[in-house]
Design a protein around this ligand. Sequence first.
Ligand SMILES: Nc1ncnc2c1ncn2[C@@H]1O[C@H](COP(=O)(O)OP(=O)(O)OP(=O)(O)O)[C@@H](O)[C@H]1O
Ligand SMILES: [Mg+2]
Length: 204
Amino acid sequence: MSSSPIIRLEGLEKTYDLGAIQVHALRGVSLDIAAGSYVAIMGPSGSGKSTMLNMLGCLDRPSAGAYYLGGDDVSKMDDDELSTVRGKRLGFIFQSYNLINQLSVIENIYVPLFYQGRDLNECYDHCEKLAKLATGTEILNLLDKLNAEGKTIVLVTHGEEVAERAHRVLHMKDGVIDHEIHQRTLQHVVEALEHDSVEEPPAP
Ligand SMILES: Nc1ncnc2c1ncn2[C@@H]1O[C@H](COP(=O)(O)OP(=O)(O)OP(=O)(O)O)[C@@H](O)[C@H]1O
Ligand SMILES: [Mg+2]
């Protein structure tokens, strides 16, 4: 791949210190994600998926390692710098909390847009649109659309049918990426068809 990745993780670790014990939720994850790609993270319960998403979303800081977002090392940033990064460069859709309650959906979209200095009416329009997305399928369709517009998508799921939409599926196990699968995307299919059509058809 020619362009530099939008996300680069180098030996990322996260340890939760519970006093008596330490939980090693991430044990050295190294990963590049190209701009505009669509990545799904899967893996068993406790494998570190949410911890990974918290790191990628700059909601928490790693214990060790580096996280470059668009070339900037966000693992070294203070709280104020991190909230600026979250507001300007990242978008979030939380599963369990925000999509159940309309009001909290609106608040969670409205507030970041407001801090970006957007027009208030425009903020409200965005909020209303997302609050009306009733089903998971509609939300996934929205993610497809955002991806087609060039946004990089990273999601966590236990559902195969959800992961099928992604270009890459990272399978986590015990705090590391155990293996990954590159999916056959529509683009690949088109390229394969174009390649095939160059060949002469067999004589009748
Ligand atoms: N805030 C926390 N404090 C202490 N330990 C935590 C904390 N958050 C996660 N852990 C532990 O870190 C490990 C990874 O948890 P994580 O929530 O990232 O897993 P997950 O893959 O998202 O699981 P699930 O599929 O159940 O959501 C687990 O052992 C979990 O108990
Ligand atoms: Mg989780």
